[in-house]
Every structure is written in C-alpha cells, then in structure tokens.
Design a protein around this ligand. Structure first.
Ligand SMILES: O=C(O)CCC(=O)C(=O)O
Ligand SMILES: [Fe+2]
Length: 214
C-alpha cells in the first residue's frame, strides 16, 4: 500500500457484548465439538498501538480476487500472508513473505501463551465496516486434523461469530484492540465463523491468524 489510508482516530472502543463473552479467561472453554480461549487484553494498549501502526504501514497488503461464475470478485478486505510456505486458501495460493521482526515478536508471545508453535500467519485488513469475511471454517487439509488457530486483533473492535453446522448455535465475541482468541479441538470441523459487515462507523482493524501448515 503506497500511502497510509486507514488512520484511526481512537483505537479503543468498549462495545456491546450480549453474551458477556468478553470476560478474561485463563482456561479453555469447552463447547459442543471444540474449545476456545478468549483473552481480551492479551497485549496492552501501548503495545497494541505500536503493532497496529507497524503492521498497517509495513505489511505487503493486497486485494485478492476469486472467480465466481466467470466473474472476478474482489475480496472485501486486504490480505497478507507470512511464514515458511505458500498456502492455498479460498482457491488462491498465497505466496508467503518472510517473517518480519514485528510478526516474530507477536508470534513468540502467542506461542508462549498457547504452548504451541506456528509456522504461518494470515493478516486481514478490514478497512471499514464494509469489509468482512463470510462464513467459513479453517479446515484445509494442510492445517491437519484439529488445528489450533490463534487469532490476534488490533484496531477497531469487530464482531466475530461462530455457528455450529448442525445445531446452528451461535457464540459471538467482540474482538477488540490487543485481544487473543484461540480455537482448538474439532471446532473447525463442526463450526463456521465470520466477521460480518457493519453499518456502524468503524475504523480499520487488523487480524492475524497464526496457523501451522503441515
Ligand atoms: O478477522 C477475523 O477475526 C477472522 C479472520 C478469519 O477467520 C480468517 O482469516 O480465516
Ligand atoms: Fe477463519
């Protein structure tokens, strides 16, 4: 990105939390077919501000497109892929960029918390409320069986929803500045997730999902 277009005025937003999910947790919460751990203030505000500014400026953002019924449709968000191997995702092969110091620093903190090693990260930039990711599961074969996915968010708070494939139960989180959400177990096989568009005036948000490609 040539110029920094998505400056935010105020990064910290307290937001609506209908299921009161934003309480700090130190243990995984077991749900039907999976488990999650949500840590709203994993990184403090100063660190989160620093990471947001660094990542928005220095990541190799691109807007990818897919072919749907012969029409090219642009992704409603920007993405960047870092790690050790290329990764096929939504019909696209991401060429992996080399880890930056910032990404390695964040990865290290996440690895200590999860006691796991990750070899890839997908960055998503939601420029405003019109950007989104629709219902999907991170269940690609190369992620292995029962993958652990660690999701770190910086910038504007956006709603993240999980929906069980069979029962249609929903769990939702307000993923705020500096938060960490870990999903594990069979969750990706039985649940889908999304970040819906919002009509609210929201500034940019960056999300990083750390993954292990086998
Ligand atoms: O932005 C988020 O919180 C989720 C991103 C996501 O689900 C993905 O990249 O697979
Ligand atoms: Fe995902």
């Amino acid at each position: 990105m040539a110029k920094l277009l998505y400056n935010r005025k105020d990064v910290y937003m307290k937001s609506y939390d209908p299921f009161n999910m934003s309480k700090p947790q130190s243990e995984f919460v077991k749900i039907r077919n999976g488990a999650y751990l949500f840590v709203p203030d994993f990184f403090d505000k100063a660190k989160s501000d620093y990471y947001f500014n660094d990542l928005i400026k220095n990541s190799e953002w691109r807007q990818e497109e897919i072919l749907i019924f012969g029409k090219t449709v642009k992704f409603p968000r920007l993405t960047a892929w870092y790690g050790e191997r290329p990764y096929a995702y939504s019909g696209i092969t991401h060429e992996a960029r080399k880890w930056t110091d910032t990404l390695l620093e964040i990865k290290n903190e996440v690895e200590i918390r999860t006691q796991s090693i990750f070899n890839s990260v997908l960055l998503n930039l939601y420029r405003n409320g019109n950007d989104s990711i629709s219902w999907h599961a991170d269940n690609e074969k190369i992620l292995g069986d029962k993958p652990m996915i660690a999701s770190v968010s910086f910038g504007a708070t956006r709603r993240f929803q999980l929906r069980h494939n069979a029962t249609k139960e929903k769990i939702q989180f307000e993923l705020g500045h500096g938060s960490l959400l870990i999903m594990k177990g069979e969750l990706q096989a039985y649940w889908q997730h999304q970040v819906p568009k919002t009509k609210k005036e929201v500034e940019a948000r960056i999300n990083l999902t750390f993954r292990t490609i086998t």
